[in-house]
Design a protein around this ligand. Structure first.
Ligand code: ATP
Ligand code: MG
Length: 776
């Protein structure tokens, strides 16, 4: 252990070997918070604490796995195996399975993912005859989710006139009814959604003191990473469990709190000292991750937030290159810039694809980047889009398997009862649902005992329903002896799924087949893996649990060398040598939806801080002047966040200015020289902006072309054009903007400008002297 402790600096060592009592480490990015947690666990074990008594909660399962691996190298694999480590959701799902009966749930309850929740909510909205344009299922789901995370049960909802009032004001007076029905249906289906995993844990710990005591005694030492992003529900769980021994160690950074929109409560970190007695507070100030330029730039940005704890972050690392800021004309150009920069770096610096990460504000931005990476044959992986397990064909297979474990699972049943088609129509299914609701039974039970119910269907349909029941029951029998791979292989064949996708014949069908094959491979791996860790056999229930809580990040085994693409939210806690932050434009980042209040804007700024501090060696900030959004090409202006960084840390490859009119940019004055290679020197005065609206503002950057570059003379064609007097209404063609119509002409002599509405790129004002226009 000594050997390992020497790998910590003094400030890190202190909290690592502080064994007992409540403690909090608040420190900036890259200062070793996660490292301290890891070493601390190893230290506790070396001090004789049974790993069985240690609980560590991390932000992703991947982080937990990495921590465990690290600890295993210090204290030995067999010792580390007994540690309870994982996300809140995965740890408490395990506990809920053990204690499920107390809450009236089967221990094999299904975990509904957001897709399942969405489908159920959509179906309830339809059953209640509500207008689906007012009751948008995604909005309803997020509303229900926020009730649950604030521990507002259905009963509490109906007792709270303010909530009812708020929903009524939002034109959704039936919100409570949907909530009630949703909760009942989940319960009847033996299903918990993600929020339930926390809500029900709280219920368990408050309603059953003996259960609380059991886990308090068990988890004598509790550690929480990324504490700044815990929500109220998580906070209460941690508080309850740590109440007896108070050996609680939380680490976090208020400047990296980025989940307020999902209910995370930054007060959890701010109030920690009030919640426990004699809290020891530790600070870490030295950043080990990034270069001086990156650390200083990040400091200069987070300074702009008013709500923050004062912190020092410095680094002894190299100065490093300045942060490169790049302007592109379109999102397509931006993608090409990123791809070509990666390509060049790889060649020049001999680095791997996995040394690069491309971070964006929203998933939709990945497309243009992907196109460019593909063209350059750069392997990449997108994290956090539709996860593998949410793809249609995979969910189809998993739904059969879920029914094997829990035939009450309504969403799984509805999904596959008639897929592949077996002649059970929607009308029949609707009848089954109504009847099941009436008898307070599950759909599966109604199908099984259809003769004893009021469901009116013809004998042919009845036979088909029976057949489906028999099919699932036959799988249940097989499940008693087979492992998950053998079972799934049998299911995909005998259910007709494989036949169905084969029949399809389209390239899409082929992809689906391949995905199913991949799923089966994964199962084989899982079975082998489980057999290795002995005590388990790799059965279906274990597999489904794993899958239900797998995030995309978890599926990454690090076995291939690829560039990582992900949202900034997902990148929290990670680090990469080279980081591109793309789409730094007003209304995109900061997001148009998060500029209403200062606190929203400050959360966006923290998000930017998180993004920038992921970079170890070099950060790139890119933005485009126009971008396809909602199917339309829209003009955009550079994000205020670029301007907020102290400019001494920036290397601006292209100028940032309000794109109204700038002859030096709107025309190809530099002939064949690539615009990206021209350096511009920042001017001092800031650009003022209000709420993202375009505003005439002085250019922030003076254009100072390198001495050896001289504007080329206007070409023949535009000289002619200039001579030939362009007229309003003329159709013209521009090298970059394509075709457009002349709206207005102003100025005289060498200063004649034309306002032209281009088909792509909107209205632009061009100086005819420079613009290479062609009349068409
Ligand atoms: P974040 O806020 O982004 O989660 P963090 O505070 O958790 O960051 P770590 O991820 O623990 O920081 O550490 C950042 C990097 O610095 C890691 O690569 C880690 O291994 C390294 N590091 C931390 N402390 C030291 C140290 N004393 N000596 C050498 N490397 C260190
Ligand atoms: Mg960390």
């Amino acid at each position: 252990m000594e050997k390992y402790l020497s790998q910590l600096n003094e400030a890190q060592l202190e909290p690592t070997i502080q064994k007992d009592g409540p403690m909090i480490i608040i420190a900036g990015a890259g200062s070793g918070k996660t490292r301290v947690l890891t070493f601390r666990i190893a230290y506790l074990m070396s001090e004789g604490i049974d790993p069985f008594n240690i609980l560590a909660l991390t932000f992703t399962n991947k982080a937990a796995r990495e921590m465990k691996d690290r600890i295993a190298t210090i204290v030995g694999t067999s010792e580390a195996k007994n540690l309870w480590m994982g996300t809140f959701h995965s740890v408490f799902a395990k506990i809920l399975r053990i204690e499920a009966d107390k809450l009236g749930y089967p221990s094999n309850f299904t975990i509904y993912d957001t897709q399942d929740s969405d489908r159920l909510i959509a179906s309830i909205i339809k059953e209640l005859n509500l207008d689906k344009d007012i009751y948008k299922y995604k909005q309803v789901r997020s509303r229900i989710s926020s009730y649950k995370n604030s521990l507002i049960t259905v009963r509490a909802y109906f007792q709270n006139p303010e909530l009812i009032e708020a929903d009524t004001m939002a034109r959704r007076p039936k919100m409570g009814d949907i909530y009630k029905e949703y909760v009942e249906r989940c319960f009847k289906a033996g299903a918990m959604d993600f929020d339930d995993l926390l809500l029900k844990t709280n219920e368990l710990l408050t309603r059953f003191p003996e259960v609380l005591m059991k886990y308090q005694n068990r988890f004598k030492y509790i550690l929480v990473d990324e504490y700044q992003d815990t929500n109220h529900s998580q906070y209460l769980i941690v508080r309850a469990l740590s109440d007896k021994f108070q050996n609680i160690c939380v680490v976090g950074d208020d400047a990296q709190s980025i989940y307020a929109f999902r209910g995370a409560n930054i007060n959890n970190i701010l109030n920690f000292q009030k919640d426990y007695d004699d809290v020891k507070v530790f600070k870490l100030e030295q950043n080990y991750r990034s270069t001086k330029n990156i650390v200083n730039a990040a400091n200069s940005i987070i300074e702009k937030n008013q709500t923050k704890l004062e912190k020092v972050v410095w680094t002894a690392n190299d100065e490093g290159g300045k942060i490169i800021v790049n302007r592109s004309l379109t999102d397509g150009d931006e993608g090409r810039y990123v791809a070509s920069t990666i390509w060049e770096n790889k060649i020049q610096l001999h680095v791997n694809n996995s040394d690069f990460a491309i971070l964006y504000r929203t998933n939709a931005q990945s497309r243009a980047i992907e196109d460019a990476l593909r063209k350059r044959d750069i392997p990449y992986r997108i994290y956090g889009g539709l996860s593998f397990y949410q793809r249609k064909e995979i969910k189809d297979v998993l739904s059969y398997l879920r029914l094997v474990i829990n035939p009450a699972d309504e969403e799984a049943l509805k999904r596959v009862i008639n897929f592949p088609p077996r002649g059970i129509g929607q009308t029949t299914i609707d009848k089954l649902i109504v009847s099941a609701n009436g008898y307070k039974r599950t759909i599966f039970e109604v199908m099984k005992h259809i003769d004893k119910t009021d469901v009116k269907v013809n004998s042919g349909t009845k036979a088909k329903l029976q057949e489906f029941v028999t099919l699932i029951e036959s799988y249940q029998v097989l499940n008693q002896t087979a492992d998950v791979f053998e079972l799934a292989e049998h299911v995909t064949r005998t259910s007709g799924l494989i036949r169905e996708f084969k029949k399809d014949g389209t390239p899409e069908g082929v992809t689906r087949m391949e995905n199913i094959e991949e799923l089966l491979n994964g199962m084989k791996d899982f079975v082998e893996g489980q057999k290795e860790v002995a005590d388990t056999t790799g059965n279906l229930a274990e597999f489904l649990e794993d899958v239900a809580l797998a995030t995309d990040l978890d599926a990454d085994k690090g076995d291939t060398d690829h560039v990582a693409l992900m949202t900034i939210h997902l990148a929290k806690g990670l680090e990469f040598p080279y980081v591109f932050i793309v789409g730094l434009e007003e209304d995109l980042f900061p997001s148009a939806m998060s500029m209403g209040t200062r606190s929203e804007l400050e959360e966006e700024r923290r998000l930017f801080y998180v993004a920038l501090t992921r970079a170890e060696k070099q950060a790139y900030l890119t933005y485009a002047l126009s971008r396809y959004r909602w199917g339309k090409l829209v003009d955009s202006e550079p994000s205020r966040f670029i301007e907020e960084i102290d400019e001494q840390y920036l290397d601006i490859v292209t100028p940032i200015e309000e794109r109204r009119f700038n002859p030096m940019l709107d025309a190809d004055i530099f002939g064949d020289v690539e615009p990206n290679k021209i350096r511009f020197k920042p001017a001092k005065q800031p650009v003022l902006k209000k709420g993202g609206t375009t505003k005439e503002a002085p250019a922030k950057f003076q254009v100072t072309a390198p001495k050896n570059l001289k504007p080329v003379a206007a070409s023949d064609s535009n000289t002619n054009l200039f001579d030939s007097q362009l007229a309003v209404g003329n159709l013209v063609k521009h090298m970059r903007f394509g075709s457009g119509e002349v709206l207005k002409i102003e100025g005289s002599g060498a200063d004649v400008k034309a306002e032209i509405k281009f088909q792509h790129g909107g209205v632009k004002k061009l100086l005819l002297r420079f613009a290479k226009l062609e009349v068409i």
